[in-house]
Structure formats: structure tokens, C-alpha cells
Design a protein around this ligand. Structure first.
Ligand code: GCO
Ligand code: MG
Length: 401
């Protein structure tokens, strides 16, 4: 069996997605997600101009060798563009292998380790009372775990809070600017979680995303202040380029910490894992080199009782979601999977076998990863350039969004 051809499909059914399709000489095909929010065409070009020519004629079953060839063979290692491209190839090849075997992908990884994959939903509101309502709606729908974000008094346009009904941070045109104040945020967040625990009790798992906004000592303070509300996790409390920074957070709080949605390789989390500075590793299949590399990260994390909590925002396509659910069903040190529902247009372009029931998702039993792309429909949604916002402090200093 040989790789006969490969193509990149860029489509925007509600938001932009980049999808790689690899076709074999037997006519079997696999697809992989290569979406990098706000930098989509860089990955499309990397694939079209530099990766696809190297794939033609190779044996699609040699997933590991192809991974190493694209990683080591480029000489220039790591980085989000490279790793998203490698991930797309890897995911498409696992899809092909599983289709040829006639098995759902999780069976090739070692079979299922659990009955279903616990997912967390996103509840957000302009103020505490709206966030309380949204959390209540997700509890009604059966979710066991809910991430809560809220507008902050005195700030407009806070991370994670929708302007309309549907939260999507990337917007058309140049990046939007928002104002950030750590002082206002730190005073406010514990009041949100206090109100949530008063209203819903201790049972639902509650999560919160700090979105890289704090310094280590501020993150330590927040973690400590949130301890009475027993968060499932506090996410991205400070930027993680400096992994050692998390030592300081750990000295002060037992609130569990989750990091990694912007990581690309095992090197980004080596210290965090080996020194047990985090509790959940959030690397995603699409931005951290596909199943082949994510498995390596998860295995390292397992040595230290760190569990997975893969990124699953709407800027990861249903292809990533489907493949991630196979991974989650297998991975022994699974923690939780993020689930931010896609809009109906996206779901139509990417028909999928995965489903949700009672707080858990399942990848389905069809051979492969169970997600397809309707190319005719995809062509009706041309690329629509959009950027993520930036944040500035009240005095105008550029901050972390
Ligand atoms: C999350 C993330 C997202 C990111 C988005 C950036 O935890 O889901 O923080 O909301 O902001 O993926 O493109
Ligand atoms: Mg996040």
C-alpha cells in the first residue's frame, strides 16, 4: 500500500479549519486536522509546499517512521506550524490504518480503558448571575464538569465571555484589543466560585481558565483563594515558557493546575511533568504532533500521576475531537476532555460518529476515527481571515491574551 495523493482543504463553516486528506493507491483515505487559529494558511502552505511532496509513494502503515522523518528530517524542529502539520499527517495515517484494520481507532491503541470520556462544557456570562444560569443549564443537560468564566466589573470584553450566544474569540479583521486588569480580576473570581458553590453545592466539577494572565505569585494567590471551592483545575495561571515558574505556584496552593494547550512537544512540558508542577497536561492532538506524540507525552505524565485534559475548543475541528476521543477512551491516565460544541454548519461539513450522553462522550465504533469531511459542502465556505484578540493593561501595555 502506498500514499497516492494528499490535499489540503481550507474551509470556514462558521470559523476557519484546515484539513489534510491522504489517499492511498487502494482508495482508502484518512483525514487529519491542521487548524492553527489565526495562522491557518501558514500550516496549509507548510503542508502543500513542503510536506505533501515528501509523502507520495510512502507506505502509510509506517506511521512512526513518517513522524520521525517529518520531525527530524526537516532539521528545524518543533513550533506550532510544523507540529500542526505533522499532527495532521499522523492523524490521517492512524485513520487509514484503523480503516484498513476495520476497527475503531481506540482498538489499535490498546482498546478502551473506560466506558465513556468525561467532558467539560463552557459556561460563561456577562456577570455572576448569567454565569450561574449557564452552569445550571449544563447541569440540566447532564454535564458532570463545567468551566465557569464571567465578565468582570469594570472591564469589557473579558476572555471566555461571549458577546452573542456563541463564544468564538477569533474575529474578522485585524486583532481586536481588550483591556485587562489583574487587580479587578483577582478580587472578583473567588466571589464567582463562592456563588457557584452556594447555588450548586460541591458535586459538579468546576474548572476555570486564567488564560495566562497572572504572574506566578498572583497565580499562587488565586489558587489559594479558590481552595475552599475545590476546583477541578485552575488552567494556564501564568505563561509557561518558563516552566520553573510553576515551582512558586506549587509552594503556595493545592488547587490543581492544568497547562499545555499551546504546547507543541514533550519538551514544553518536561520540567512541569518531571517536577510534578502540574496535575493535568492539556496538550492537544492537533498542536502537539498527533496521536504518536501525544501518547509519548501522556506516558511520561503517567509516571508522575499527571492526567490528561486535552484542549477541545471550537478552533480544533471535529476531526481533532473525534481522534481525541479515541485517544481519551484508551489513555490509562485520562483526566477529562474539553468539549466546546461546534456550530451546526461545522457539524454538517464534518459528519462524525462521536456522541454525548449523560456527561460522557464516546467516539463511536466505525472503523477509523469516525470523522469525515464533505468536500462539496466545505467548498461553499471559503477561507475567512480572522485573528485572535490581544489584551492591554489599563495603561496601554501589551499583555498576555
Ligand atoms: C480553552 C482555550 C481556548 C483558546 C483558543 C485560542 O481553554 O479552550 O483557552 O478558548 O483561547 O483555543 O484559539
Ligand atoms: Mg484554555
Amino acid at each position: 500500500m502506498k500514499i497516492h495523493s494528499a490535499s489540503v482543504i481550507v474551509t470556514s463553516p462558521g470559523r476557519n479549519f484546515v484539513t489534510l486528506k491522504i489517499v492511498t493507491d487502494d482508495g482508502v483515505y484518512g483525514i487529519g486536522d491542521a487548524t492553527l487559529n489565526g495562522r491557518e494558511l501558514a500550516v496549509a502552505s507548510y503542508l502543500n509546499d513542503h510536506v505533501i511532496p515528501c509523502l507520495i509513494g510512502r507506505d502509510p502503515h509506517q506511521i512512526e517512521d513518517i513522524w520521525q522523518y517529518l520531525y527530524k528530517g526537516a532539521y528545524w524542529r518543533r513550533g506550532p506550524v510544523t507540529m500542526a502539520a505533522i499532527a495532521a499527517v499522523d492523524t490521517a495515517l492512524w485513520d487509514i490504518k484503523a480503516k484498513v484494520a476495520g476497527l475503531p481507532l481506540y482498538q489499535l491503541l490498546g482498546g478502551r480503558s473506560r466506558a465513556g470520556v468525561m467532558v467539560y462544557a463552557h459556561a460563561n456570562g456577562r456577570d455572576v448571575s448569567e454565569t450561574l444560569d449557564r452552569v445550571g443549564e449544563y447541569i440540566e443537560k447532564g454535564y458532570k464538569a463545567i468551566r465557569a468564566q464571567s465578565g468582570i466589573p469594570g472591564l469589557d470584553g473579558v476572555y471566555g465571555v461571549a458577546k452573542g450566544k456563541f463564544y468564538e474569540p477569533a474575529t474578522k479583521g485585524l486583532p481586536q484589543e481588550s483591556t485587562w486588569s489583574t487587580e479587578r480580576y483577582l478580587d472578583f473570581v473567588p466571589t464567582l466560585f463562592e456563588a457557584l458553590r452556594v447555588k450548586y453545592g460541591m458535586e459538579p466539577h468546576l474548572l476555570h481558565d486564567v488564560h495566562h494572565r497572572l504572574t506566578p505569585i498572583e497565580a499562587a494567590r488565586l489558587g489559594k483563594a479558590l481552595e475552599p471551592y475545590r476546583l477541578f483545575w485552575m488552567e494556564d495561571p501564568t505563561p509557561a515558557e518558563n516552566q520553573e515558574a510553576f515551582r512558586l505556584i506549587r509552594q503556595h496552593t493545592v488547587t490543581p493546575v492544568a497547562v499545555g494547550e499551546v504546547f507543541n512537544t514533550i519538551w514544553d512540558c518536561k520540567t512541569l511533568i518531571e517536577e510534578q508542577l502540574i496535575d493535568y497536561i492539556r496538550a492537544s492532538l492537533v498542536h502537539a504532533g498527533g496521536i504518536t506524540h501525544l501518547r509519548r507525552i501522556a506516558d511520561l505524565a503517567a509516571l508522575y500521576q499527571i492526567r490528561t485534559g486535552s484542549h477541545g475548543a471550537t478552533d480544533l475541528s471535529p476531526v481533532c475531537m473525534g481522534a481525541a476521543l479515541h485517544f481519551d477512551l484508551w489513555v490509562p491516565n485520562f483526566g477529562i476532555q474539553e468539549h466546546m460544541a461546534h456550530c451546526p454548519e461545522t457539524d454538517e461539513v464534518f459528519p462524525h460518529a462521536y456522541s454525548f450522553k449523560g456527561g460522557y462522550m464516546h467516539p463511536g465504533e466505525v472503523p477509523g476515527h469516525g470523522v469525515d469531511i464533505d468536500e462539496k459542502l466545505a467548498a461553499k465556505y471559503p477561507y475567512n481571515p480572522a485573528y485572535l484578540p490581544v489584551a492591554r493593561l489599563e495603561d496601554g501595555t501589551l499583555w498576555n491574551w
